[in-house]
Design a protein around this ligand. Structure first.
Ligand code: C5P
Length: 215
């Protein structure tokens, strides 16, 4: 069984999807980490982010290993570094690259073969697994997402202004949904869940109910 969870940045998808997978006893795939890993490697190899064929070449040669809860890129642990603001900014060059997307989509489809899988991203229900048994579109209002992000950063000792975070997030939303390849879009047959006012545990329980109903 394939469960896809798509939605905008900051909807809490990653940690929630991981816990849903764990509770169901399913494998978990964080596809955002794959786009981040490509951007991280381009920066690491001093290649030009704006050179689309260089970015595609880096992606083709890369070994990305997401098993074991870490992000290993060509054997190197990049788990923390792929989440830095620099890599987050650079990731759009990987995400908007047609060849990179084709390559990563294929890897994701291979990963999902003959498995029970919860996969999380932007295009999982629309492009990667159009025949998934259960599709979820997870959202929250822009303000709620920005509030959560500010609280998250504060908990890690990083001060952040709400207005700055909201502006950055709006930019990412716009880039994500206006991309020509693999844009963020709710699949027609996805169940939409807006998580405003819900605790993470409530969201996880609701998602498990949705999956159980489709089994
Ligand atoms: O989900 P996360 O924030 O880690 O994703 C990082 C970036 O990768 C996002 O801004 C998004 O544009 C891109 N992405 C994508 N397709 C996916 C998952 C993520 O284009 N399936």
């Amino acid at each position: 069984m394939i469960v896809t969870i798509d939605g905008p940045a900051g909807a809490g998808k990653s940690s929630i999807s991981r816990q849903v997978a764990e509770q169901l006893g399913f494998e978990f795939l964080d596809t955002g980490a794959m786009y981040r890993a490509v951007a991280w490697a381009v920066l690491r190899q001093n290649r030009e982010l704006t050179d689309a064929s260089a970015v595609a070449e880096v992606a083709q040669r890369l070994r990305i290993d997401l098993s074991g809860g870490k992000v290993l890129v060509d054997g190197e642990d990049a788990t923390a570094e792929i989440r830095t603001p620099e890599v987050t900014q650079a990731t759009r060059y990987a995400a908007s690259n047609v060849e990179v997307r084709a390559h990563l989509v294929e890897l994701q489809q291979q990963f999902g073969r003959e498995k029970n899988l919860v996969t999380e991203g932007r295009d999982q229900g629309t492009v990667v697994f159009p025949h998934a048994e259960c599709k979820i579109y997870l959202t929250a209002s822009p303000e709620e997402r920005a509030r959560r992000r500010v609280a998250d950063l504060a908990a890690r000792g990083v001060p952040a202004e709400f207005d700055d975070i909201l502006a950055q997030q709006n930019r990412r939303d716009e880039e994500d949904s206006s991309r020509e390849v693999g844009p963020l879009r709710k699949a027609d047959d996805a169940v939409e869940l807006c998580t405003d006012g819900m605790t993470p545990d409530e969201v996880i329980q609701r998602l498990i109910e949705i999956v159980e109903a489709r089994k």
